[in-house]
Design a protein around this ligand. Structure first.
Ligand code: ADP
Ligand code: MG
Length: 249
């Protein structure tokens, strides 16, 4: 995935300022930074939930949200954007499960609707995924009957059901009670070993250290620092990175 010179403002608040990033297939990137630094906006732009003002984002040379014809980019129709999102899943802080659907229905919905998967195949795949996230016994439960950690594990299973190339996690454990954080991080850790490209916004510094090959520190819409976990955490080149780490460690 390539993020090329991306800028985004809300009114006159410039939230992303010429962001450039190259994330190779299979890479695991953790984004850290203070609240309001643009982390969610960057993830949402990657998924075309936000329209960017400048620059472009490509996955496997496909322009996210646009089609290139000659030198001109044409915005895709909503239906085509939905199709693109099959390749780029997003897991939110607040799980965003469909409350009126069972766990199983939550997982099979998108594969059936957007990938025309057969019901039986979607169900079989969903049970595989539920086994992977340790929730086989919850297939027929509703989200409200699950703990936050279990809901987030369902949300991850739902994301995986579309076999995305990229999964974006936006503070996946921030809404969880401390004792439930570990079970979700464990699942993401396993995913990191499977070759799916992951981008994780997190405040869990130890977790970021363990799973990421690249750490990005953002502040005020800028990438201040980027490097290996060892480099960024043990030997930050910028005082602002150090100040932030002093606060969160
Ligand atoms: P982070 O995820 O790092 O906390 P965000 O990307 O959510 O930061 O927000 C970055 C900035 O953009 C903040 O100043 C926030 O108030 C602003 N912002 C985010 N979304 C919107 C929106 N839809 N409309 C106006 N301002 C927004
Ligand atoms: Mg955010």
């Amino acid at each position: 995935m390539k993020i090329d010179n991306v800028s985004k403002s809300f009114g006159n608040n410039k939230v992303l300022n010429n962001i450039n990033l190259y994330l190779p297939a299979g890479s695991v990137t953790a984004i850290i930074g203070p609240s309001g630094s643009g982390k969610s906006t960057l993830l949402r732009s990657i998924n075309h939930l936000e329209r960017i003002d400048e620059g472009f984002i490509t996955v496997n040379n496909d322009f996210i949200g646009y089609r290139k014809q000659g030198d001109t980019l044409f915005e895709l129709k909503e239906k085509e954007i939905l199709k693109q999102r099959i390749d780029i899943a997003m897991v939110f802080q607040n799980f965003n499960l469909f409350p009126h659907m069972t766990v199983l229905e939550n997982i099979i919905e998108a594969p059936i609707q957007t990938k025309n998967m057969k019901y039986e195949d979607a169900v079989a795949s969903a049970f595989n995924l539920l086994s992977r996230v340790g929730l086989l016994d919850k297939a027929y439960s509703y989200p409200r009957q699950l703990s936050g950690g279990q809901q987030q594990r369902v949300a991850i299973a739902r994301a995986l059901a579309l076999q995305p190339k990229v999964i974006l996690f936006d503070e996946p454990t921030s809404a969880l009670d401390p004792e439930l954080v570990g079970e979700v991080l464990e699942i993401i850790k396993e995913l990191a070993l499977t070759g799916t490209t992951l981008v994780v916004v997190t405040h869990e510094i130890n977790f970021a250290y363990e799973i990421a090959d690249t750490i990005i520190f953002m502040e005020s819409g800028n990438i201040i620092e980027k490097g290996s976990p060892e480099a960024v955490f043990h030997n930050p080149q910028h005082q602002r990175t150090q100040d932030f780490l002093n606060k969160v460690l």
